[in-house]
Design a protein around this ligand. Structure first.
Ligand SMILES: Cc1cc2nc3c(=O)[nH]c(=O)nc-3n(C[C@H](O)[C@H](O)[C@H](O)COP(=O)(O)O)c2cc1C
Length: 189
């Protein structure tokens, strides 16, 4: 079951707009992050939740999507995320967030996937602009944005070919392909 959940937990960037997410759903996902591992158990992460058109649009305007898809500017109106979780690091608790936000993001996305939802972590963020638009206090570092919704695209995994190219691509049928390195190529024996 976990195997299927992890395999199905792809980065989804196009969504069904008619599926709204409630703040309760987002809080449930943050609760999974809250229960996850944290270096020295400092738990320095905070979360900004957005499930409203106005704040969603503000967040969307600060993001860069799928850098390898040069001809695709990101999800069009009508296929954009229904909600976002912005992961913040409280510098009053720690100056170094290590991999806490990666672990939190994975818990959130696995939890979303288990409910038939999906999303994408985004680290390519216009941080100054986002801070201003959402009025995020200076004490909180903007670490990651997670876009969420009900996926409207098919994403399939491929094996990295002999040329070693790891760039994902989208076929004419709209299917998004993600090459993964082979197990034997990443384990040192
Ligand atoms: C830390 C991190 C930052 C990322 N930032 C972005 C981003 O800014 N924009 C984007 O479209 N995807 C982003 N991604 C998603 C990756 O492109 C994606 O994980 C990769 O293509 C592999 O696809 P998969 O998640 O389906 O395995 C990010 C992923 C991670 C882990």
């Amino acid at each position: 079951m976990l195997d299927e959940l992890v395999k199905g937990n792809r980065s989804y960037r196009r969504f069904h707009p008619e599926t709204a997410l409630t703040l309760e759903t987002l809080k449930g996902l943050v609760n999974l992050a809250r229960l996850s591992a944290s270096a020295a158990n400092l738990q320095p992460l905070k979360y900004f939740l957005s499930a409203e058109p106005q704040s969603n649009a503000a967040i969307f305007s600060c993001l860069a999507w799928a850098g390898y898809l040069k001809d695709w500017p990101g999800p069009a109106e009508g296929e954009r995320p229904a909600a976002y979780i912005v992961i913040l690091g409280d510098t009053g608790i720690s100056k170094n967030f290590g991999c806490d936000h990666g672990i939190a993001a994975q818990s959130i996305l696995l939890g979303a996937r288990a409910q038939g939802l999906g999303g994408c972590m985004l680290g390519s963020i216009q941080r100054d602009r986002l801070r201003e638009l959402l009025q995020i206090p200076e004490q909180l570092d903007i670490l990651l944005v997670i876009a969420l919704g009900r996926p409207k695209e098919t994403v399939v995994l491929e094996e990295v070919g002999p040329g070693g190219d790891i760039k994902y691509w989208r076929g004419p049928d709209g299917i998004h392909h993600v090459p993964k390195r082979r197990l034997e190529d990443i384990i040192l024996t």
